[in-house]
Design a protein. Sequence first.
Length: 469
Amino acid sequence: MEKKTGWLLLIVTTMFLLVGCESKEDTQTVEAENNDEQTSQVDKEQEVDSEEKADEQFPTDIQLGGEVVAENGKLVVKGTSNLMEGTIVGIDWLDRAFSIRNPVCLLCDKSTEVDENGDFTFEIPSDLTSFGHILVTIDVLLGGWGQPDEIEAVYGEDGENLEGPFVQKHEIIDEEYQKISASILVLPTIEQTVYPIETPKREKVPDDYGSAEVWIETELTNDHRYFYVKGKSNLLEGTELVASYFSSEEAAVAQNWISSSTNVVNDGTFLIQIPYNTITESGYIVINSKPKSRHLLEMRMNEAYGETFEKMTGEPVIPNEEGGNMIEVILYPEPPIVEAPEDTSVTTDGEETKIQLPDDILFDHDQSDLKPDAQKTLDELIQNLETLKADTVMEINGHTDNAGDDQYNMELSEKRAKAVVAYLLQSGKVGHIKISTAGYGETMPIAQNNSEDGKAKNRRVEIVINPKE
């Protein structure tokens, strides 16, 4: 009996020890798992903190500012940014700013580096005194374009980490990448002029962005030199749009033989600036886009629209004579309140209208007496002015080129303006118009004075109807 009792105690004790061991192992396992989870959480928090600190130190939401200073045909770019120190910034300066955009200098050094404060400076070496508008471009390129390794590590090898309104997509050799880009339109001038580097405002991206069923909305304005077409669309970023102004349906060529062009930005918006010489009663603007143009994202466009735009539909889409489809939008600017006589030009800026009468159709060289042939032009002008409303305000201003003495040019321009007014008033048909005169000599050129063509444009009598205050 005692022997059986001993065995029973031994069995119970063994079972108790086994259960105790298992319980201890389970507890240790749970504790280990909890420790692992806590360690993992700490690692994640440290990783997030590290990323946030990196973002604070090297932000990828890019900001640009500063200015371009123009003086005596020289341009200086003074940029501010949150770019990393050592980032290589490319600067270029392009002629024919609205169309071909030719580099003025092909062999010039065109790069600078961002300093420790995020600033960069670049003095453009070309003398641009003889040029018209110049497009200054600022670019930060990635994807094998010579950026330091630490720059690409933050912004991405192909710029994929970049964000913000200055970021644009591009395509090179069937590969897509992002770059930082800004452009500033400047006019080299004798007097110092400052052009700010402004942050572009972006719209909300359309819900149907990139759809093959295309829509385009436009807003048209103009001043005395350019039409401005501001547009919204669902077109893909990089789509090229080309625009021209024709004087009439019968005109074989546009007023400016080189068309203006632009590319749609990443919110579907665009702005086209179209030079014009004179606004006519039947003039119109044509905006188009064809498959084989200078589109920036060819692969994306082929996928969305087809290689010949054959997938494209929508109101602005028409058949293309070369096959497939194309985009075409026609706009009709409001005609001026008066027509320009032959060999003159008329431009508008809101309600203000300017008629430019070149001096060679009115006066002999250095003279202020009207030529006999001027009568035809002024009689035609009188017929147009006769139709204006009573109490219309009109200024008649004389201008010269920069040849000769300043004071002499001022007096000559005044005499010429008064000679035109005297002829208009003697007709007895413009008495309902409030007319004033002024002479400006060489102080208000509309073209560069370094060529005979430019000087000829500056020698003029200018009639301003409903002048702006």
